[in-house]
Ligand binder design. Structure first.
Ligand code: ADP
Ligand code: MG
Length: 223
């Protein structure tokens, strides 16, 4: 299988109160097309940091990240956001939906913000509404939905540009176990039918096992 993401000797340090803290201390990682990877580790071990570095939301202190053989971390903001837009979708623990927009408008937001037209994405929108089971809620607002349904909206939004990669930071961390299982089944379906790479951070053993590989972040490295 083709390598899509390659991470070499990745380091990240933060300065808090002028004291440097080394969060990641040399991460090496390769992720191939179609993989479903779970990242586990103690709270504060740098799981979110790793995800944000891979997605270009943070900059490494040292090391390199390649996406589709392109040297991602040395690109300028404009080049990075172009890759992000076409190749990477994000899913967060608290959904990050826009409250005054409908389900449909939230899903289309990445397209509309980029000057795209709803008309060109209507087939993709219908497909995704069907896939996440929200066709009948397309005109509802986030406050009218359960947590699980809101997370489904955010997953559809992450998929609107047909990215190869989904980065999900504790996607079921705020959900009851039944909704959590439904979300994990949805990720499995997306991984298998759309062949999207899923990289999820999770605290939950059961949800980690949806991955074909489990990585443990410990003391700044992959154990
Ligand atoms: P995890 O997701 O595994 O719980 P994080 O990646 O969120 O851990 O954070 C790892 C460590 O880095 C923590 O000690 C956290 O306080 C620190 N950290 C994360 N982001 C920042 C930041 N923007 N500035 C300073 N410290 C940060
Ligand atoms: Mg985190």
């Amino acid at each position: 299988m083709e390598t899509i993401i390659k991470v070499n000797n990745l380091h990240k340090s933060y300065n808090s109160n002028h004291i440097p803290t080394d969060v990641l201390k040399g991460i090496d990682l390769e992720i191939k097309a179609g993989e479903f990877v779970s990242i586990m580790g103690p709270s504060g071990s740098g799981k979110s940091t790793l995800l944000y570095l891979i997605g270009g939301l943070e900059t490494p202190s040292e090391g390199n990240i390649y996406i589709n053989d392109q040297h991602f971390n040395i690109m300028n903001d404009r080049e990075q956001s172009k890759i992000r837009q076409h190749s990477i979708g994000f899913v967060f623990q608290f959904y990050n939906l826009v409250q005054h927009l409908t389900v449909e408008e939230n899903i289309l937001l990445p397209v509309l913000l980029n000057g795209g037209k709803k008309k060109q994405y209507i087939t993709q929108l219908e497909m995704l509404l069907e896939k996440v089971g929200l066709t009948d809620k397309r005109n509802s607002y986030p406050r009218e939905l359960s947590g699980g349904q809101q997370q489904r909206v955010s997953i559809a939004r992450a998929l609107i540009n047909s990215p190869k990669i989904i980065l999900a930071d504790e996607p079921i961390g705020n959900l009851d176990s039944k909704s959590g299982t439904e979300i994990m089944e949805l990720f499995r379906d997306i991984n298998q039918t759309l062949n999207t790479i899923i990289i999820q951070v999770t605290h939950n053993e059961k949800s980690a096992e949806y991955g074909n590989r489990i990585l443990h972040v410990q003391d700044g490295k992959i154990a």
